[in-house]
Ligand binder design. Structure first.
Ligand SMILES: [Zn+2]
Ligand SMILES: [Zn+2]
Length: 479
């Protein structure tokens, strides 16, 4: 180990996961960065202001959750102006759960310069977040003016390297948010040329809206019919169209909340042809199925598009294990139980998931403990791949000399039943009674111990990150 000025923090004897595998390492941290990594017990310890013996606990890069929503007016509660929780609450849950970077959405509104939409959303985060954060620029308008599209290269140069677009209005009752294929084509041309990632909420609007009409005609509008409206055919058609368009343009795309086997197949096929297509799944899609809509308060398991069958769920795990799906994100829309369960039908259900704090523990339990996911793949799906796809790597998503000292320490000797009072996001959890095989014991953000022994020690001074997606990720399926 080279001699450095005094270390701020030295973590010894952790089972540390780096891109080359899991081994017993000591991690030296100074000025917010990882400055030293060496085999535990290999010589005299450095001088450090604080030394913590981790005693074999698992150490992974702080989680990167590429998909959370904050302060959004819930479309189905628009008349009352009810919003989901803000960055303070969501980032507090995240930091307790071992996640140190969150990516939210900055909505462009007609009349905005693109830079104004980013500045507006960033102001909501600044000074109130316990994690670092980045923002996808979003377009929820049927038309995106050419003058706005032409601002994308400047925004990308300023560090805003990802955008999102919707292919459906989601329900017949919501405000319009769909961008048609023509406008999406124009957007893709700009993001591809500027070196940005385009995230897509892919559902086939025709199929979804027709299905709503049919279900209403049949009187089948209970939430247990959600997967008949947001169905497998819709995922198949929309994924194929988005992928075909992206192939035509040469644009990289990130397909959010993959929910069906057909979606997984479309992604695998495109990647097989060398196309830069990345897929995201959600923890509850990896665990619950549409049967859970029939439980009491079935709405708490719902996020758009919808839960599907066991076959769909199993195909997602297959793909996570083999590597054709890249990330596990929450699609966090955090509210208390009364808001989440206000809507009980396919027309008025509240989407989104209160699961930011549980994400790392669920990924470990379902992936590593139950299905033999190896530890480097666990890191891939919880931090490294999201950081790569959104241009935050290697600042985030890796334990390496020079990277930000963002770390999650997980105790993997636990067998613990989770209850809402263990968590900090909401007054309920869809994971009530779930048994975890790993539980965060320490979270470090840029060298600062934020949470230790389930106590919050750090303040809300997270920073906005600049995104720059590497050409490797833009050109081929790199992760
Ligand atoms: Zn979406
Ligand atoms: Zn979302």
């Amino acid at each position: 180990m080279r001699r450095f000025p005094m270390l701020d923090l030295l973590l010894t004897n952790g089972l540390v996961v780096t891109p080359s595998g899991a081994e017993r390492l000591d991690i030296g941290i100074a000025e917010g960065k990882i400055v030293a990594l060496r085999a535990s017990g290999a010589g005299a310890p450095e001088e450090a202001r604080r030394v913590v013996d981790l005693n074999g606990q698992l150490v992974v890069p702080g989680g990167v959750d590429p998909h959370v929503h904050t302060n959004s007016v819930l479309p189905t509660a628009a008349e009352s102006g009810i919003m989901c929780f803000g960055p303070d609450r969501v980032s507090e849950g995240a930091i307790y759960g071992g996640t140190t970077t969150l990516v939210d959405f900055a909505h462009w509104k007609p009349g905005d310069e693109l830079s104004e939409s980013f500045a507006r959303k960033s102001a909501e985060w600044s000074g109130s977040t316990y994690t670092d954060y980045a923002l996808h620029g979003t377009f929820k308008e049927p038309e995106i003016p050419f003058e706005v599209l032409e601002q994308i290269p400047d925004a990308v140069a300023n560090g805003h390297g990802s955008y999102k677009v919707w292919m459906t209005n989601t329900t017949p009752t919501r405000p319009k948010q769909k961008t048609d294929l023509g406008n999406m084509w124009g957007l893709m041309e700009q993001t591809a040329a500027a070196g940005a990632m385009l995230a897509v909420h892919a559902e086939d609007d025709d199929i979804v809206m027709y299905s709503y009409k049919k279900l209403q005609h049949q009187g089948n509008t209970g939430i247990e019919y959600m997967h008949h409206a947001h169905n497998n055919l819709s995922e198949k058609l929309s994924f194929q169209r988005a992928i075909t368009l992206a192939h035509h343009v040469g644009a990289p795309i990130y397909l959010m909340h993959v929910s069906a086997r057909e979606g997984v197949d479309a992604i695998r096929e495109a990647r097989g042809r060398g196309q830069a297509v990345y897929g995201e799944i959600l923890p509850h899609y990896a665990y619950f199925t549409a049967e859970d809509y029939r439980q009491e308060n079935g709405a708490i398991y719902h996020t758009y598009p919808s839960l599907k069958s066991e076959t769909d769920r199993d195909s997602m795990w297959e793909s996570l294990l083999e590597g054709s799906l890249s990330t596990l994100a929450t699609d966090g829309v955090c509210t208390d139980l009364d808001v989440k369960t206000r809507g009980k039908t396919i027309l008025d259900a509240t989407g989104g998931h209160a699961g930011v704090e549980m994400r790392m523990a669920v990924a470990y339990t379902e992936g590593v403990a139950k299905r033999g996911l190896d530890l480097t793949r666990f890191v891939d799906i919880t931090s490294a791949n999201a950081a790569k796809i959104l241009g935050l790597y290697p600042q985030k998503g890796v334990i390496a000399v020079g990277s930000d000292a963002d770390l999650a320490v997980l105790d993997t000797t636990v067998d613990r039943k989770i209850t809402a009072s263990d968590l900090h996001e909401a007054d309920y959890t869809p994971w009530e009674g779930y048994r975890v095989a790993a539980w965060p014991s320490m979270t470090v953000l840029r060298g600062k111990v934020m949470v230790e022994d389930r106590k919050l020690l750090g303040g809300p001074d997270g920073s906005l990150l600049k995104q720059r997606v590497s050409s490797d990720v833009l050109k081929r399926p790199a992760c």
